[in-house]
Design a protein around this ligand. Sequence first.
Ligand code: ACO
Length: 430
Amino acid sequence: MSKDSLTVTDNRTGKTYELPIENGTIRALELRKIKTGDDDFGLMTYDPAFTNTASCKSRITFIDGDKGILNYRGYPIEQLAERSNYLETAYLILHGELPSRAEYDKWVFNVTHHTIVHENVKELMVGFRYDAHPMGMLMSTVAALSTFYPEARHVRDAENRRDQIFRLIAKIPTLAAFAYRHSVGLPYAYPDNDLSYCANFLQMMFRVGEKYRVNAVFERALEVLFILHADHEQNCSTSAMRNVGSSEVDPYSSLAAGIAALYGPLHGGANEQVLRMLQEIGSKDNVPGFIREVKTSGGEVRLMGFGHRVYKNYDPRAKIIKQMADQVFAVTGKSPLLEIALELERIALEDEYFIKRKLYPNVDFYSGLIYQAMGFPLDMFPVLFAIPRTSGWLAQWEEMLEDKDQKIARPRQVYLGLGRRDYLPLERRG
Ligand code: ACO
C-alpha cells in the first residue's frame, strides 16, 4: 500500500521531510518547514499565473479537460443545456441542489421582482459618453450599486447575502440592456415581469415602440448560451471575484472586479475576435491560405476560437452551441460568415498541425456567430458573458466566505530587486 505522503530531500542540508498528500495536493505551507537554518524564511513555490496551484477547495464546478467533461454540482452540462433553463441552473450552482417546485417558483419570483433599478442608476448611466463601451458601463454601474445598497457590506450575514444575490442576478440584464440602448441612443426599456429571464432581456434590448414579440428560438438559444457560460471554476474573473471578496468588501464591488477581468481580450473577448477573424478571411476560398498562415506564423497568427487551456480533447460547450447555431440560423438565414467558420473547422480538424496540438473548437467559435445573427453588436459579447457568469461568481464568492481555510488573499513574491541602500539628497546624486 502506498502512503499518502511525499518524501523530499533538501540537498542543501541533506535533511529529509515528509509532506502529507491530500486530494492530490500538498499544502504549500508545509514547504515552509524546509529551511537551511533558523534565519531562513523557508521554501516557497514559484507559480506565476497560478497554473499549478489550487487556491481553494470547491464543490461547484468539475472540469476534466482531457475527457471533455463539464459538470455543475455533478450534473453534466449536456443534460442541463437540454432540459434546464438559466434560472434553474443558477439556483443549482448557488444552492448545490436542483430546486423543488416551491423553491423554484420562489426563486423565479424573487429574481423577477428585483429587475428594476433605482432611477438614479439610470441617471448615472445617462452620464456616460455617447459611444461608451457597454462593458465599461456595466462594470462601473455594478460598482456604483454598492452605494445604493450599503447594507450589502455585511457579508458575514447569510440572509443579507441572499438579498444581494437576487438583486445582482435580477438587475444585471437590466443594466446590460440599458448600456446597449445608451450606446445606440435608444430610450431605455424597462423590465417586463410577465416574461422569462431571457425573454425579458431580449425585449429590454430590442423593443422599439410598444409591440415586441420575443422569438421562442432566440429565447431558448439565450437560455442555453447562459447555462453554458454560468460557471467555469477558477478562471481569471472568478479568481478576481474571490480575491477581492476575500477582503470582505461588498459583493457589488467584488463583482465589478470580476467584470473587469472578463473585459480583457484574453478572457471574455475571444468570441468577438472570432468574428473579426472571419470577417478578415472574407470568403470560403481564402480559408486554406489562412490556415497556411496560422501554421507558418510560429504561433503569432492563431485560429481564434480554437484551443483551450483546460480542454485538450474537445470543449463540451462547443458541441452544444453548434447544434444551437443550426436552430438560430434556420430563423435568421445563414450568415455568410458561418460558411467560412464551417470550412475552417473542417480543414483544421483534418490537419496534422491542429490534431498534434489538440486544438479543437472552443465555446467561442460559434457563440459569436449566434449572437450576431440574433442582432447583438460585437461590443455586447463580453456583456453577454457577464450576465450568466454572475451566478457563478456569486456562488464562488459565497463558497469562499464560508470556507474556514480562506482568509484575505495575499500571495508571496520572489524579491529580485536591490538590497538596502541609503538615501542621497538630490544635490549629491550624479
Ligand atoms: N491557433 C493556432 N495555433 C494554436 C492555437 C490556435 N488557436 N492555440 C494554440 N496553438 C498552438 C501554439 O502556437 C502552440 O504551438 P507550438 O507548440 O508549436 O508552440 C501550441 O498550440 C500550444 O499553445 P499554448 O498557447 O501553449 O496553449 P495554451 O493552452 O496556453 O493556450 C489558448 C490556450 C490561449 C486558449 C490558445 O489555444 C489560444 O490562444 N486560442 C485562441 C484564442 C481563443 O479562442 N480563446 C478562447 C478560449 S475559451 C474561453 O476563454 C472562454
